[in-house]
Design a protein around this ligand. Structure first.
Ligand code: SF4
Ligand code: ZN
Length: 439
């Protein structure tokens, strides 16, 4: 597949020069040359992305690996990365494919359709854009996330968010989860160690919040560089004032890498101190990262301290009936879960019967927005077939469609069809292959 694609965000200047407007660097690029990220190239006075669909890694992993603990805890994601990055962090933990461009790290090229098909074939409904920084192949991420949404698949954007406002606002409708890395709240840290500045990053986090997007924040704790009490206090004070105390915050350990080999691995005591400071400032959900077993990995109810989600390495166990709300005291845990989606305004319960083993679900969407209908299948305990408990039907704007839903096996007891107002949903028994019941 051709990995060249004309960039979406740039201006033509005189003498075949172009100015890239995707990120705050605003690289001015001459013919035959590349921008700072090395994946945007001027060819004859037009700017091209050179890594459209070029993937280094594709991994199935828990969503927690992406610095996300409060969106469907324990869900599996199809995680994908490419090459290049628009920041120049001296402590980059992924420099082999962000900066070195070792050709041996290029594995495969994909089209957006192939990625969506692959996620579906693995029965995964979350695609995570991660490993390097999705800004590097923004146009590909945009195209795939849009297609994924049309297919009921959620996208997670794990990034430094060193990104201009317009592209961020453009991609917001197609991204369901933002994992925002704020490396420090101090501008001098960004200038000294990242070849960037902090303001575009904090602005991006505010834009996501103002647009009602879902976000979690991570901070990589680098010993001697951003691990003082003042560093932690400044960061959590900014989060409290500008984003809110309910946003999950992760303090992750650094390991010596790239140009910062002389700095030791972050002691767990530093992470514990950061967590303490954040909690003392009123942040409700503060976590550790890059540790195998640590109390800071678990989710506890902030009111009664009941254990809600236990995490040991990649083993995630939900200890609450609904991870969104504490069983013991009813406190809202600010967790987006499939079960919480059930508590949307309306639902229809269909009880299965082997005589009528299929139904038509008629869905009418009179609005201008895409929405989803959740199917929650309930089975008896003898159920053996590996079928997801939840499925999402994407409903496009101004459509009136019927979807066939079938009984899965003899242990399939019920399907709960969950939807929001103002969708109109009706269920018809499907008695025969050619049967199409009308009122
Ligand atoms: S995306 Fe790349 S080319 Fe564009 S401004 Fe940023 S670093 Fe420069
Ligand atoms: Zn509680």
């Amino acid at each position: 597949m051709n990995t060249l694609k004309e960039a979406k965000y740039y201006e033509k200047l005189s003498d075949s020069m172009v100015k890239c407007t995707l990120c705050p660097r605003y690289c001015v690029i001459g013919d035959g040359k590349s921008g700072f990220c090395r994946v945007r190239e001027n060819k004859g006075g037009r700017l091209f992305l050179t890594n459209y669909g070029l993937s280094t890694y594709m991994v199935v992993e828990p969503i927690e690996t992406n610095g996300v603990f409060h969106f469907r805890p324990g869900a599996r994601t199809l995680s994908i990365g490419s090459v290049g990055c628009n920041l120049g962090c001296k402590f980059c933990q992924a420099w082999k494919y962000t900066r070195s461009f070792d050709k041996s790290t290029y594995f495969e090229t994909y089209s957006p359709e192939e990625i969506v098909r692959y996620a579906k074939s693995l029965k995964l409904d979350i695609i995570s854009w991660t490993f390097n920084d999705p800004i590097s192949w923004f146009e590909f991420v945009y195209d795939t996330a849009k297609l994924a949404k049309e297919n009921g698949i959620v996208s997670l954007f794990k990034s430094s968010h060193y990104l201009n406002e317009q592209p961020l606002v453009d991609i917001l409708p197609y991204i369901d989860v933002f994992s925002v890395s704020i490396k420090s709240i101090r501008d001098d840290f960004y200038r000294r160690l990242c070849d960037g500045s902090v303001m575009p990053v904090t602005h991006a986090a505010e834009v996501i919040k103002d647009h009602g997007g879902y976000l979690e924040i991570s901070n990589l704790v680098v010993p001697t560089q951003n691990n003082s009490d003042t560093d932690f206090t400044m960061l959590v004070s900014w989060i409290k004032e500008h984003i809110g105390t309910e946003v999950p915050l992760h303090f992750a350990r650094f390991h010596p890498d790239y140009l910062l080999m002389n700095v030791p691995r972050t002691p767990i005591a530093d992470v514990d101190r950061a967590i303490r400071i954040a909690r003392n400032h009123g942040l409700q959900h503060v976590y550790s990262g890059n540790v195998f077993m640590h109390p800071g990995l678990n989710t506890y109810c902030p009111s009664c301290h009941k254990l809600i989600v236990e995490r040991k390495g990649e083993c995630i166990t939900i200890k609450n009936v609904d991870p969104a709300m504490c069983d013991s005291c009813g406190t809202d845990l600010h967790i987006v879960s499939m079960k919480r989606q059930e508590s949307r305004s309306r639902s229809i319960e269909h009880v299965w019967n082997p005589e009528i083993w299929a139904i038509h679900v008629q869905i009418e969407n009179d609005c201008d927005q895409t929405t989803t209908v959740i199917l929650h299948h309930k089975f008896s305990t003898a159920h053996q077939v590996n079928h997801p408990e939840y499925e999402a039907i994407t409903v496009l704007p101004r459509t009136n469609m019927r979807y066939t839903v079938s009984m899965i096996d003899e242990c399939h007891q019920k399907t709960l069809i969950v939807y929001d107002d103002p969708l109109k949903v009706r269920v018809f028994d499907n008695l025969d292959r050619a049967y199409y019941e009308v009122e």
